[in-house]
Design a protein around this ligand. Structure first.
Ligand SMILES: Nc1ncnc2c1ncn2[C@@H]1O[C@H](COP(=O)(O)OP(=O)(O)O)[C@@H](O)[C@H]1O
Ligand SMILES: [Mg+2]
Length: 419
Protein backbone atom coordinates (compact mmCIF):
# COMPACT_ATOMS: atom_id res chain seq x y z
CA UNK A 1 0.00 0.00 0.00
CA UNK A 2 1.35 3.43 -0.95
CA UNK A 3 0.41 6.24 1.43
CA UNK A 4 0.72 9.74 0.02
CA UNK A 5 0.63 12.69 2.43
CA UNK A 6 -0.13 16.10 0.90
CA UNK A 7 1.67 18.57 3.14
CA UNK A 8 2.26 22.33 3.25
CA UNK A 9 1.68 24.54 6.23
CA UNK A 10 0.50 27.33 3.98
CA UNK A 11 -3.27 27.45 3.50
CA UNK A 12 -4.63 27.90 0.00
CA UNK A 13 -1.72 26.34 -1.89
CA UNK A 14 -3.92 23.58 -3.29
CA UNK A 15 -3.46 20.71 -0.82
CA UNK A 16 -7.12 19.69 -0.62
CA UNK A 17 -7.55 20.10 -4.36
CA UNK A 18 -4.54 17.89 -4.99
CA UNK A 19 -5.61 15.31 -2.40
CA UNK A 20 -9.18 14.96 -3.73
CA UNK A 21 -8.32 14.96 -7.42
CA UNK A 22 -5.23 12.80 -7.16
CA UNK A 23 -7.15 10.22 -5.10
CA UNK A 24 -9.96 10.30 -7.62
CA UNK A 25 -7.64 10.05 -10.62
CA UNK A 26 -5.80 7.05 -9.14
CA UNK A 27 -9.17 5.42 -8.35
CA UNK A 28 -10.27 6.01 -11.93
CA UNK A 29 -7.20 4.14 -13.08
CA UNK A 30 -8.62 1.09 -11.34
CA UNK A 31 -6.88 1.14 -7.97
CA UNK A 32 -8.62 0.95 -4.60
CA UNK A 33 -8.06 4.29 -2.92
CA UNK A 34 -8.76 5.68 0.54
CA UNK A 35 -8.76 9.44 1.04
CA UNK A 36 -8.11 10.47 4.64
CA UNK A 37 -8.94 14.01 5.74
CA UNK A 38 -6.76 15.13 8.64
CA UNK A 39 -7.81 18.80 8.49
CA UNK A 40 -10.34 19.84 11.18
CA UNK A 41 -11.91 22.09 8.52
CA UNK A 42 -13.24 18.96 6.72
CA UNK A 43 -12.73 20.37 3.24
CA UNK A 44 -12.56 16.93 1.63
CA UNK A 45 -16.17 16.28 2.64
CA UNK A 46 -17.19 19.67 1.24
CA UNK A 47 -15.30 19.05 -2.00
CA UNK A 48 -16.95 15.64 -2.42
CA UNK A 49 -20.50 16.65 -1.50
CA UNK A 50 -20.55 14.58 1.67
CA UNK A 51 -23.12 16.32 3.93
CA UNK A 52 -21.14 17.46 6.94
CA UNK A 53 -24.13 17.40 9.28
CA UNK A 54 -24.51 13.69 8.61
CA UNK A 55 -20.96 12.77 9.50
CA UNK A 56 -21.40 11.06 12.86
CA UNK A 57 -17.98 9.53 13.19
CA UNK A 58 -14.76 10.85 11.77
CA UNK A 59 -11.10 9.91 11.62
CA UNK A 60 -10.84 11.66 14.99
CA UNK A 61 -13.01 9.00 16.63
CA UNK A 62 -10.98 6.21 15.07
CA UNK A 63 -7.66 7.68 16.19
CA UNK A 64 -8.80 8.48 19.71
CA UNK A 65 -10.51 5.13 20.18
CA UNK A 66 -7.24 3.39 19.30
CA UNK A 67 -5.78 4.83 22.48
CA UNK A 68 -8.56 3.07 24.41
CA UNK A 69 -9.74 -0.49 24.73
CA UNK A 70 -12.62 -0.50 22.28
CA UNK A 71 -11.28 0.75 18.98
CA UNK A 72 -13.67 2.07 16.35
CA UNK A 73 -12.70 0.47 13.04
CA UNK A 74 -11.89 2.62 10.06
CA UNK A 75 -14.59 0.81 8.06
CA UNK A 76 -17.23 2.23 10.39
CA UNK A 77 -16.61 5.82 9.35
CA UNK A 78 -16.08 5.52 5.60
CA UNK A 79 -18.14 7.21 2.90
CA UNK A 80 -18.15 5.65 -0.53
CA UNK A 81 -17.41 8.22 -3.23
CA UNK A 82 -17.09 5.94 -6.26
CA UNK A 83 -16.60 2.22 -6.90
CA UNK A 84 -12.97 2.41 -5.92
CA UNK A 85 -12.72 5.57 -3.81
CA UNK A 86 -13.66 5.96 -0.15
CA UNK A 87 -13.37 8.91 2.19
CA UNK A 88 -12.45 8.87 5.87
CA UNK A 89 -13.87 12.29 6.76
CA UNK A 90 -12.53 14.76 9.28
CA UNK A 91 -14.42 16.71 11.91
CA UNK A 92 -13.81 19.81 13.96
CA UNK A 93 -12.90 17.60 16.97
CA UNK A 94 -9.54 17.07 15.28
CA UNK A 95 -8.64 20.57 16.42
CA UNK A 96 -8.47 19.16 19.96
CA UNK A 97 -6.55 16.03 18.97
CA UNK A 98 -3.24 17.20 20.35
CA UNK A 99 -4.70 17.87 23.81
CA UNK A 100 -6.71 14.68 23.79
CA UNK A 101 -3.71 12.46 23.20
CA UNK A 102 -1.31 14.15 25.60
CA UNK A 103 0.07 11.41 27.77
CA UNK A 104 -0.56 8.73 25.13
CA UNK A 105 2.69 6.96 24.16
CA UNK A 106 3.84 7.70 20.58
CA UNK A 107 0.78 9.73 19.59
CA UNK A 108 2.41 10.52 16.23
CA UNK A 109 2.05 6.90 15.09
CA UNK A 110 -1.71 6.57 15.71
CA UNK A 111 -2.70 7.10 12.07
CA UNK A 112 0.01 4.72 10.88
CA UNK A 113 -1.30 2.00 13.22
CA UNK A 114 -4.88 2.54 11.97
CA UNK A 115 -3.82 2.44 8.31
CA UNK A 116 -1.66 -0.64 8.80
CA UNK A 117 -4.87 -2.52 9.58
CA UNK A 118 -6.25 -1.81 6.10
CA UNK A 119 -3.05 -2.27 4.14
CA UNK A 120 -4.50 -5.30 2.34
CA UNK A 121 -7.70 -3.48 1.36
CA UNK A 122 -6.31 -0.40 -0.35
CA UNK A 123 -3.57 0.05 -2.88
CA UNK A 124 -3.32 3.80 -2.27
CA UNK A 125 -4.08 6.09 0.64
CA UNK A 126 -4.03 9.86 0.10
CA UNK A 127 -3.92 12.06 3.21
CA UNK A 128 -5.00 15.71 3.16
CA UNK A 129 -3.22 17.66 5.90
CA UNK A 130 -4.17 20.79 7.81
CA UNK A 131 -2.32 24.05 7.13
CA UNK A 132 -0.04 23.70 10.15
CA UNK A 133 2.91 21.61 11.19
CA UNK A 134 1.51 19.93 14.28
CA UNK A 135 0.69 16.50 15.55
CA UNK A 136 -1.94 15.89 12.83
CA UNK A 137 0.55 16.55 10.03
CA UNK A 138 3.18 14.56 11.87
CA UNK A 139 0.79 11.59 12.04
CA UNK A 140 0.34 11.85 8.26
CA UNK A 141 4.09 11.99 7.73
CA UNK A 142 4.74 8.98 9.93
CA UNK A 143 2.20 6.98 7.96
CA UNK A 144 3.51 8.11 4.57
CA UNK A 145 5.53 6.32 1.94
CA UNK A 146 5.31 9.41 -0.26
CA UNK A 147 5.05 13.10 0.57
CA UNK A 148 3.83 15.70 -1.91
CA UNK A 149 4.46 19.35 -1.10
CA UNK A 150 2.28 21.47 -3.40
CA UNK A 151 3.84 24.86 -4.03
CA UNK A 152 1.97 27.70 -5.63
CA UNK A 153 4.07 29.19 -8.39
CA UNK A 154 4.51 32.72 -7.02
CA UNK A 155 7.36 34.32 -5.11
CA UNK A 156 5.35 34.57 -1.92
CA UNK A 157 4.92 30.81 -1.90
CA UNK A 158 8.63 30.46 -1.33
CA UNK A 159 8.57 32.52 1.83
CA UNK A 160 8.08 30.18 4.71
CA UNK A 161 8.61 27.11 2.54
CA UNK A 162 12.16 26.53 3.67
CA UNK A 163 11.28 27.23 7.29
CA UNK A 164 8.50 24.72 7.33
CA UNK A 165 10.50 22.07 5.56
CA UNK A 166 13.19 22.60 8.13
CA UNK A 167 10.60 22.14 10.88
CA UNK A 168 9.32 18.98 9.24
CA UNK A 169 12.90 17.77 8.94
CA UNK A 170 13.45 18.34 12.65
CA UNK A 171 10.19 16.63 13.51
CA UNK A 172 11.18 13.59 11.50
CA UNK A 173 14.77 13.45 12.63
CA UNK A 174 13.98 10.69 15.06
CA UNK A 175 12.24 8.40 12.60
CA UNK A 176 14.27 6.37 10.18
CA UNK A 177 11.55 6.20 7.60
CA UNK A 178 11.92 5.66 3.88
CA UNK A 179 9.81 8.00 1.81
CA UNK A 180 9.80 9.84 -1.49
CA UNK A 181 9.41 13.57 -0.92
CA UNK A 182 8.43 15.57 -4.01
CA UNK A 183 7.56 19.17 -4.67
CA UNK A 184 4.55 19.77 -6.95
CA UNK A 185 4.05 23.07 -8.77
CA UNK A 186 0.39 23.91 -8.27
CA UNK A 187 -1.98 26.61 -9.53
CA UNK A 188 0.46 27.39 -12.31
CA UNK A 189 -0.66 30.27 -14.47
CA UNK A 190 1.39 30.07 -17.65
CA UNK A 191 0.19 33.50 -18.72
CA UNK A 192 2.07 35.29 -15.97
CA UNK A 193 5.74 35.86 -16.33
CA UNK A 194 6.32 35.47 -12.62
CA UNK A 195 4.78 31.99 -12.57
CA UNK A 196 6.99 30.93 -15.47
CA UNK A 197 10.06 32.30 -13.75
CA UNK A 198 9.24 30.64 -10.46
CA UNK A 199 8.58 27.32 -12.17
CA UNK A 200 11.88 27.51 -14.02
CA UNK A 201 13.66 28.25 -10.76
CA UNK A 202 11.85 25.55 -8.84
CA UNK A 203 12.89 23.10 -11.52
CA UNK A 204 16.50 24.16 -11.50
CA UNK A 205 16.81 24.16 -7.71
CA UNK A 206 14.72 21.17 -6.74
CA UNK A 207 15.77 19.14 -9.78
CA UNK A 208 14.68 15.52 -9.31
CA UNK A 209 12.78 16.35 -6.14
CA UNK A 210 10.26 18.10 -8.33
CA UNK A 211 7.38 16.22 -9.92
CA UNK A 212 7.42 16.55 -13.70
CA UNK A 213 3.68 17.14 -13.81
CA UNK A 214 2.49 20.66 -13.16
CA UNK A 215 -1.04 21.45 -11.98
CA UNK A 216 -2.20 24.41 -14.01
CA UNK A 217 -4.56 27.00 -12.69
CA UNK A 218 -7.88 25.97 -14.19
CA UNK A 219 -11.23 27.52 -13.27
CA UNK A 220 -12.96 24.17 -13.87
CA UNK A 221 -11.06 22.80 -10.87
CA UNK A 222 -12.53 25.51 -8.66
CA UNK A 223 -15.99 24.97 -10.12
CA UNK A 224 -15.77 21.21 -9.61
CA UNK A 225 -15.01 21.74 -5.91
CA UNK A 226 -17.98 24.05 -5.51
CA UNK A 227 -20.22 21.38 -7.05
CA UNK A 228 -18.76 18.76 -4.73
CA UNK A 229 -17.19 16.69 -7.50
CA UNK A 230 -13.68 15.65 -8.43
CA UNK A 231 -12.61 17.14 -11.74
CA UNK A 232 -12.64 13.77 -13.53
CA UNK A 233 -16.39 13.58 -12.91
CA UNK A 234 -17.22 17.26 -13.28
CA UNK A 235 -15.44 17.83 -16.57
CA UNK A 236 -13.55 14.82 -17.94
CA UNK A 237 -12.39 16.83 -20.97
CA UNK A 238 -10.91 19.70 -18.99
CA UNK A 239 -7.26 20.63 -18.83
CA UNK A 240 -7.49 20.27 -15.06
CA UNK A 241 -8.53 16.64 -15.44
CA UNK A 242 -5.62 15.98 -17.82
CA UNK A 243 -3.19 17.42 -15.28
CA UNK A 244 -4.45 15.20 -12.49
CA UNK A 245 -4.48 12.14 -14.69
CA UNK A 246 -0.88 12.84 -15.60
CA UNK A 247 -0.02 13.37 -11.95
CA UNK A 248 -1.65 10.06 -11.00
CA UNK A 249 0.27 8.25 -13.72
CA UNK A 250 3.52 9.86 -12.69
CA UNK A 251 3.02 8.99 -9.01
CA UNK A 252 2.00 5.42 -9.85
CA UNK A 253 5.11 5.10 -11.98
CA UNK A 254 7.46 6.12 -9.17
CA UNK A 255 8.99 3.15 -7.48
CA UNK A 256 7.67 2.88 -3.93
CA UNK A 257 10.37 3.69 -1.41
CA UNK A 258 10.07 0.51 0.59
CA UNK A 259 10.48 -1.73 -2.46
CA UNK A 260 13.39 0.13 -3.85
CA UNK A 261 16.79 -1.42 -3.63
CA UNK A 262 18.56 1.87 -3.85
CA UNK A 263 19.59 3.52 -0.65
CA UNK A 264 16.99 6.17 -0.07
CA UNK A 265 17.57 9.04 2.29
CA UNK A 266 15.55 9.23 5.43
CA UNK A 267 12.61 11.58 5.46
CA UNK A 268 14.48 14.03 7.67
CA UNK A 269 17.46 14.19 5.32
CA UNK A 270 15.25 14.71 2.28
CA UNK A 271 13.26 17.43 3.93
CA UNK A 272 16.44 19.15 5.00
CA UNK A 273 17.83 18.95 1.48
CA UNK A 274 14.65 20.44 0.06
CA UNK A 275 14.69 23.11 2.71
CA UNK A 276 18.26 24.05 1.77
CA UNK A 277 17.23 24.26 -1.89
CA UNK A 278 14.28 26.44 -0.94
CA UNK A 279 16.61 28.77 0.95
CA UNK A 280 18.97 29.06 -2.01
CA UNK A 281 16.06 29.61 -4.30
CA UNK A 282 14.66 32.33 -2.11
CA UNK A 283 18.07 33.97 -1.80
CA UNK A 284 18.53 33.94 -5.56
CA UNK A 285 15.09 35.36 -6.21
CA UNK A 286 15.83 38.08 -3.68
CA UNK A 287 19.17 38.74 -5.39
CA UNK A 288 17.22 39.08 -8.55
CA UNK A 289 14.81 41.54 -7.00
CA UNK A 290 17.71 43.55 -5.66
CA UNK A 291 19.22 43.52 -9.13
CA UNK A 292 15.92 44.66 -10.49
CA UNK A 293 15.89 47.60 -8.17
CA UNK A 294 19.47 48.52 -9.07
CA UNK A 295 20.58 46.76 -12.20
CA UNK A 296 24.33 46.33 -12.20
CA UNK A 297 26.14 47.11 -15.40
CA UNK A 298 25.41 44.66 -18.15
CA UNK A 299 27.09 44.92 -21.54
CA UNK A 300 24.32 47.13 -22.92
CA UNK A 301 23.70 48.98 -19.69
CA UNK A 302 27.38 49.90 -19.33
CA UNK A 303 27.37 51.48 -22.78
CA UNK A 304 24.38 53.52 -21.69
CA UNK A 305 26.18 54.43 -18.46
CA UNK A 306 29.25 55.80 -20.24
CA UNK A 307 27.07 57.83 -22.57
CA UNK A 308 25.18 59.40 -19.70
CA UNK A 309 27.69 60.67 -17.18
CA UNK A 310 25.35 62.97 -15.28
CA UNK A 311 23.56 61.47 -12.24
CA UNK A 312 20.31 59.80 -13.21
CA UNK A 313 17.16 59.87 -11.09
CA UNK A 314 16.55 56.46 -9.47
CA UNK A 315 14.25 54.52 -11.87
CA UNK A 316 10.91 53.34 -10.53
CA UNK A 317 10.55 49.55 -10.06
CA UNK A 318 8.20 49.47 -13.07
CA UNK A 319 10.79 51.22 -15.25
CA UNK A 320 13.48 48.86 -14.04
CA UNK A 321 11.28 45.88 -14.75
CA UNK A 322 10.52 47.13 -18.23
CA UNK A 323 14.21 47.75 -18.86
CA UNK A 324 15.22 44.31 -17.68
CA UNK A 325 12.38 42.70 -19.60
CA UNK A 326 13.72 44.32 -22.73
CA UNK A 327 17.23 43.13 -21.90
CA UNK A 328 16.63 39.48 -21.01
CA UNK A 329 14.83 37.23 -23.44
CA UNK A 330 15.15 36.71 -27.17
CA UNK A 331 16.25 39.43 -29.55
CA UNK A 332 15.70 38.44 -33.16
CA UNK A 333 17.49 40.51 -35.77
CA UNK A 334 17.86 39.92 -39.47
CA UNK A 335 19.04 36.33 -39.94
CA UNK A 336 20.04 35.91 -36.31
CA UNK A 337 18.72 35.77 -32.80
CA UNK A 338 20.41 36.61 -29.50
CA UNK A 339 19.34 34.70 -26.41
CA UNK A 340 20.00 36.46 -23.11
CA UNK A 341 19.08 35.05 -19.74
CA UNK A 342 19.90 35.25 -16.06
CA UNK A 343 20.98 32.25 -13.98
CA UNK A 344 23.13 33.58 -11.15
CA UNK A 345 24.03 30.16 -9.72
CA UNK A 346 24.26 28.06 -12.85
CA UNK A 347 27.51 26.34 -13.82
CA UNK A 348 26.42 25.65 -17.39
CA UNK A 349 23.62 27.00 -19.53
CA UNK A 350 22.96 25.43 -22.91
CA UNK A 351 20.23 25.72 -25.46
CA UNK A 352 18.46 22.94 -27.34
CA UNK A 353 15.98 23.45 -30.11
CA UNK A 354 14.83 22.80 -33.63
CA UNK A 355 18.01 24.48 -34.86
CA UNK A 356 20.46 21.98 -33.29
CA UNK A 357 18.36 18.79 -33.33
CA UNK A 358 17.64 19.36 -29.63
CA UNK A 359 21.27 18.64 -28.76
CA UNK A 360 22.14 21.06 -25.94
CA UNK A 361 25.84 20.12 -25.89
CA UNK A 362 26.22 21.69 -29.35
CA UNK A 363 25.23 25.15 -28.21
CA UNK A 364 26.43 26.49 -24.86
CA UNK A 365 25.63 30.03 -23.72
CA UNK A 366 28.53 32.19 -22.56
CA UNK A 367 28.49 33.70 -19.10
CA UNK A 368 28.93 37.38 -19.80
CA UNK A 369 29.32 38.74 -16.28
CA UNK A 370 29.56 37.82 -12.62
CA UNK A 371 25.87 38.48 -12.05
CA UNK A 372 25.05 35.36 -13.97
CA UNK A 373 23.92 36.83 -17.29
CA UNK A 374 24.29 34.23 -20.06
CA UNK A 375 24.10 34.90 -23.76
CA UNK A 376 24.48 33.37 -27.20
CA UNK A 377 23.89 34.69 -30.70
CA UNK A 378 22.77 32.18 -33.32
CA UNK A 379 22.61 32.82 -37.04
CA UNK A 380 19.41 31.27 -38.27
CA UNK A 381 17.49 31.34 -41.54
CA UNK A 382 14.06 32.97 -41.30
CA UNK A 383 11.50 30.73 -39.61
CA UNK A 384 9.86 29.80 -36.36
CA UNK A 385 11.98 27.89 -33.83
CA UNK A 386 11.15 26.03 -30.64
CA UNK A 387 13.76 25.75 -27.92
CA UNK A 388 14.47 25.15 -24.22
CA UNK A 389 17.34 26.02 -21.94
CA UNK A 390 19.31 23.31 -20.21
CA UNK A 391 20.60 24.71 -16.94
CA UNK A 392 23.04 22.46 -15.11
CA UNK A 393 21.43 19.55 -16.92
CA UNK A 394 17.85 20.58 -16.16
CA UNK A 395 15.60 21.32 -19.12
CA UNK A 396 13.43 24.38 -18.74
CA UNK A 397 11.52 26.93 -20.72
CA UNK A 398 12.92 30.42 -21.20
CA UNK A 399 11.60 32.40 -18.22
CA UNK A 400 11.91 35.66 -20.17
CA UNK A 401 10.05 34.65 -23.30
CA UNK A 402 6.28 34.76 -23.10
CA UNK A 403 5.81 32.86 -26.36
CA UNK A 404 5.43 29.18 -25.56
CA UNK A 405 3.70 26.09 -26.85
CA UNK A 406 2.98 22.76 -25.11
CA UNK A 407 5.31 19.87 -25.87
CA UNK A 408 4.57 16.12 -25.69
CA UNK A 409 6.12 15.91 -22.22
CA UNK A 410 3.41 18.05 -20.67
CA UNK A 411 5.75 21.03 -20.46
CA UNK A 412 6.30 24.05 -22.62
CA UNK A 413 8.77 24.90 -25.33
CA UNK A 414 9.70 28.52 -25.86
CA UNK A 415 9.18 29.88 -29.35
CA UNK A 416 11.07 32.53 -31.34
CA UNK A 417 10.55 33.78 -34.87
CA UNK A 418 13.37 34.99 -37.08
CA UNK A 419 12.29 37.20 -39.94
N1 LIG B 1 -5.25 24.23 -9.99
C1 LIG B 1 -6.21 25.05 -9.53
N2 LIG B 1 -6.92 25.82 -10.39
C2 LIG B 1 -7.87 26.65 -9.93
N3 LIG B 1 -8.20 26.80 -8.64
C3 LIG B 1 -7.53 26.05 -7.73
C4 LIG B 1 -6.51 25.14 -8.12
N4 LIG B 1 -6.02 24.54 -7.01
C5 LIG B 1 -6.72 25.05 -5.98
N5 LIG B 1 -7.63 25.97 -6.40
C6 LIG B 1 -8.55 26.75 -5.57
O1 LIG B 1 -7.77 27.49 -4.63
C7 LIG B 1 -8.39 27.48 -3.36
C8 LIG B 1 -7.47 26.86 -2.32
O2 LIG B 1 -7.21 25.51 -2.65
P1 LIG B 1 -7.20 24.33 -1.57
O3 LIG B 1 -7.00 23.07 -2.30
O4 LIG B 1 -8.40 24.42 -0.69
O5 LIG B 1 -5.90 24.71 -0.74
P2 LIG B 1 -5.42 24.19 0.70
O6 LIG B 1 -6.05 22.88 0.96
O7 LIG B 1 -3.93 24.12 0.59
O8 LIG B 1 -5.85 25.24 1.67
C9 LIG B 1 -9.69 26.70 -3.53
O9 LIG B 1 -10.72 27.61 -3.76
C10 LIG B 1 -9.45 25.86 -4.76
O10 LIG B 1 -10.66 25.57 -5.46
MG1 LIG C 1 -7.18 22.23 2.62
Amino acid sequence: MRTIAVVNQKGGCGKTTVAINLASAIAQLGKRVLLVDMDPQSHCAVGLAVPEEQIELSIYDVLISHTRNEPIRLTEILWQISDTLELAPASIDLAAFEQQVSGVPEPETLLKRVLDEVSQTYQYVVIDCPPAVGLLTFNALRAATDVIVPVETGYFALHGLSKQLETLGLLCKRCKQQVNVKVLASMYDIRTKMAREVLAQLRSHFADRMLRTVINFNTKIKEAASYGQPINEYDPASKGQQDFRRLAEEIMGIEPAQDSRQIINSLAEQLEAISTSANQLLASSQDKHTQRAKPSPTPQASVAATQAQSPQPEPTPAQTDARLASYYGVHPSKGAVTFVTLYPRAKTVQIAGDFNNWRPDQTPLQKVNENGVWQVKLELPPGCYRYRYVVDGQWQQDPYNERVEPNPFGEYNSVVEVK
